[in-house]
Design a protein around this ligand. Structure first.
Ligand SMILES: [Zn+2]
Length: 276
């Protein structure tokens, strides 16, 4: 994914260099020129954790495994490196596609790109969440943000910053337990979005997606995953284990969140960036 984005950016950069010295520059070239130079000259924050043995997965999910296939000089005189990897869809920084909790809704390959690219806003609830690991983001938190910043813009991507990400990748602190398996589920403790606030976002505001810096959009002690059901039923994807939100302002950035395109997938690894 990283390679794809870099190649796209490099491609845009080179095409604009050519067009700059070319009198026959078309308006399309100028557009890409403007867009690529805007992106290149912006601060870009990577909101993605890397995948390694440390990566945090749900306690019942298959963790990340990397198997080396080749690394070194070949007999033909060139260097060659390649690996196999294996993991659950839901682990590390990832997307929950609507079908994850809503039958018949979009799978990860079906999510329209314009749904996961858009104006980002950060709602900082870290003050409240720091006092309570089981904190639930309330409607009041959302309204308070609006009082200070203005109405949540239509079609925005909402990032909920609980500050819980400061515990990553310490499993004991971040998940509430370092144990694994179904037995460990009862010991999960981390903040999430309250079902009431999820409902309010879907009914009272128009949002494209909701992200959070914890393992799940529902808090650790949830057993009915209501906020998942509410958001995903409305085809609003969730981003989980979002990294580096502390580097974002409350408003004034664009989110690009591109997941791996698994046909029929319920979610998958997500490369999410903010362009400031
Ligand atoms: Zn998930």
């Amino acid at each position: 994914m990283k390679t794809l984005i870099i190649f796209t950016l490099i491609g845009l950069l080179f095409s604009c260099k050519e067009s700059a010295s070319d009198n026959t520059t078309t308006s399309v070239d100028q557009e890409s020129d403007n867009l690529s130079s805007q992106i290149i000259n912006s601060k870009i924050v990577d909101l993605t954790y890397d995948y390694s043995e440390e990566t945090i997965f749900w306690v019942t999910a298959k963790e990340f495994e990397l198997e080396e296939v080749a690394y070194g000089e070949t007999d033909n005189g060139f260097f060659y490196s390649a690996n196999n990897f294996c993991m659950a869809e839901h682990g590390g920084t990832h997307i929950d596609a609507p079908i994850h909790f809503a039958k018949g809704k979009q799978s990860v390959d079906e999510i329209p790109l314009k749904q996961i690219i858009g104006t980002g806003i950060k709602i900082d609830v870290s003050k409240n969440a720091s006092k309570n690991t089981d904190y639930l983001v309330t409607i009041n938190d959302l309204k308070q943000w609006e009082q200070q910043t203005g109405r949540i813009p239509d079609n925005s991507i909402i990032l909920l910053y609980t500050g819980h990400s400061s515990n990553y990748p310490d499993k004991e602190k971040y998940l509430g337990t370092s144990a694994r398996g179904t037995e460990a589920i009862k010991d999960l403790h981390f903040p999430g979005l309250s079902p009431e606030a999820a409902e309010w976002l879907t009914k009272e505001r128009k949002v494209k997606a909701v992200g959070i810096d914890t393992p799940s959009i529902d808090y650790g002690q949830s057993s009915d995953f209501k906020s998942h059901v509410i958001l995903l039923t409305e085809n609003i994807p969730a981003f989980e284990n979002v990294a580096n939100m502390n580097q974002l302002p409350d408003t004034g950035f664009t989110i690009i969140a591109l997941p791996i395109k698994i046909k029929g997938g319920s979610g998958g690894p997500l490369r999410i960036i903010a362009i400031l």
